[in-house]
Design a protein around this ligand. Structure first.
Ligand code: CA
Length: 314
């Protein structure tokens, strides 16, 4: 009898129906709660790590290289018979992070530079010898300050050494702008040497036999659509020279490294700036994307060096 009454009370108790309803809804509430949390989190995009090249309006004279990591440096041995030693200024190999940046598609030409002189943005300069002053040949014979001033006149700047190297080698540290195949005159304007597979005739092979530089863009574009990153003219970069990346220390590490004495017109630790990429006068090894050549910033003693410009996008 008691159990019968209890059963009737339970069936008719209004509180029981409320609790039962809550128990029924509890899993659904949890589901909706977590759904809302997921939607809120999903709608909050984290800030982009790097500016996206596709979002930028870029004039045709520059290319955009997306931010990210790349392998800088090498631990190669020189292939020069007289100095078969570790090329220590390129070591150690390290992963370096760069922001997105723009870089000129071509070396700055003689014609480009003379326009700047005419407009009062650059001091006069010209190659020391005949045969290098065609409008479309790379500008030669400037010092580092003149190269910097030209880039400023264009609203740009010189590329950092790290930017230049990434532009030449890509993210994975390939040897040349076209990959790891050896440099020759089909790919770059250099002093091509005879090899067992390719016996060249007598006489000079500087400038691939012309003895001088070629008009910019005479060889196929390398990665990123850049021309003459290997050969034709050496190219000034922004950084002061350091004997190795290891000795450079923190100035050559971290994101967007700029080497020692960044932003200073004179550096107490060195008188050298850096040129990159080899030239018509030098053999394939000089055109390696990792190769660093130090030279006095004021270009004394005088050498025929050129350059290209770059620009950040902030
Ligand atoms: Ca070059």
């Amino acid at each position: 009898m008691v159990s019968l009454i209890s059963a009737i009370l339970l069936q008719t108790n209004p509180l029981r129906s409320v609790f039962a309803e809550q128990e029924q809804w509890l899993p659904k509430k949890r589901f909706f709660f977590w759904l809302i949390v997921a939607l809120v989190i999903g709608s909050c995009h984290p800030p982009a790590l790097y500016k996206n090249c596709h979002d930028l309006l870029i004039l045709d004279d520059m290319v955009c290289i997306s931010g990210g990591f790349f392998l800088r440096g090498s631990e190669r041995e020189s292939i020069d018979e007289d100095s078969r030693h570790l090329v220590r200024d390129e070591s150690p190999v390290q992963t370096i992070e760069l922001s997105t940046f723009l870089i000129d598609r071509y070396e700055v030409t003689y014609g480009d530079y003379q326009k700047c002189v005419k407009a009062g943005g650059c001091t006069a300069a010209k190659p020391n010898y005949r045969g290098y002053s065609d409008e479309r040949q790379p500008m030669l014979g400037v010092n580092w300050y003149q190269a910097r001033d030209y880039c400023r006149w264009r609203g740009k700047r010189l590329p950092t050494e790290a930017e230049w190297e990434k532009a030449a080698r890509g993210p994975d540290g390939e040897l040349y702008p076209w990959g790891n195949e050896p440099a020759n005159c089909d790919r770059a304007v250099i002093d091509e040497k005879s090899t067992p597979e390719n016996i060249l005739g007598a006489g000079s092979h500087k400038g691939c036999g012309t003895g001088v530089t070629a008009p910019v863009g005479s060889r196929p574009a390398g990665r990123y659509g850049l021309y003459d990153m290997a050969g034709n003219s050496w190219e000034w970069v922004d950084d002061w020279y350091s004997p190795s990346y290891g000795e450079c220390g923190r100035d050559c590490q971290g994101k967007d490294p700029r080497g020692p004495c960044a932003d200073l017109d004179r550096c107490t630790t060195t008188k050298y700036k850096i040129v990159r990429g080899g030239s018509w006068w030098w053999p394939a090894e000089s055109a390696l994307g990792s190769n660093r050549r130090p030279h006095f910033a004021d270009n004394q003693p005088f050498h025929h060096f050129g350059f290209r410009c770059a620009r950040g996008i902030d």
